[in-house]
Design a protein around this ligand. Structure first.
Ligand SMILES: [Zn+2]
Length: 224
């Protein structure tokens, strides 16, 4: 207990910055094993410098961390006092792989952004919790709908990307889950319209089978 209190106190004494929660969305090595790390927090993406230190805890892509920022007037701000907030599924390499794939896509999606809406942090926070018990691809497909909706990119009017006619049947989805007629864009996968309507409106993959979820996941991998 005393050790815990000392640890907490030292966290606040060594830097001026307060503890913040965030997700590591990219790690780039630079000289001497030092790292440049992007951390997604509720309202901002911080790009921070992490000095190499043998005693430093290891960090990994997608980790949720509690950290503080040491401000540097002339250089990049430093990432300090990292505390990894672990999920039990991190030891499941298949889940970790899917998680990191999505994190990489999110990093690319938000590459030129510094100020962000809370949606992205919330999506990761909810997904991280749901990963404990649910199928990871289904979790991220459902949460991706939240991202599309929040960005005004969810095409729930079901007009075809190619011919712009209303889609009644022969429905397929393209990148960013944009609906189209299967015959208009020569796609191989057809979905029941009720299944995609349920996905778009209830953010649920319940009506979709595993093969269909794999197809949707492959669309996400093309870029979010
Ligand atoms: Zn069409």
């Amino acid at each position: 207990m005393i050790h815990y209190i000392i640890t907490i106190l030292s966290r606040f004494q060594t830097t001026k910055g307060r503890a913040i929660l965030g997700y590591i969305i990219s790690i780039n090595k630079c000289s001497n094993e030092d790292l440049i790390v992007r951390v997604l927090t509720e309202k901002k993406i911080h790009t921070l410098y992490r000095f190499y230190g043998a005693r430093h805890s290891t960090i990994n892509l997608g980790y949720k961390i509690d950290f503080s920022i040491e401000e540097q007037p002339l250089h990049m701000n430093k990432l300090r006092n990292i505390l990894h907030i672990g999920y039990s599924w991190l030891f499941d390499y298949k889940k970790l792989f899917i998680w990191q794939e999505f994190i990489k896509l999110l990093n690319v999606h938000l590459r030129d952004v510094e100020e962000v809406e809370e949606t992205y942090f919330q999506v990761l926070d909810r997904s991280g919790k749901k990963f404990e018990k649910q199928n990871p691809k289904r979790v991220l497909i459902e949460e991706y709908i939240n991202i599309l909706e929040n960005e005004g990119r969810l095409h729930s009017d079901f007009r075809c990307l190619s011919c712009e006619e209303k889609i009644e049947e022969d429905l397929t989805l393209t990148r960013s889950f944009y609906p189209a007629h299967k015959s208009c864009i020569y796609e191989s996968t057809k979905y029941g319209k009720n299944k995609i309507e349920d996905l778009f409106s209830n953010k649920s993959t319940m009506l979709l089978n595993d093969k269909e979820c794999d197809n949707l996941w492959n669309l996400i991998l093309k870029g979010i």
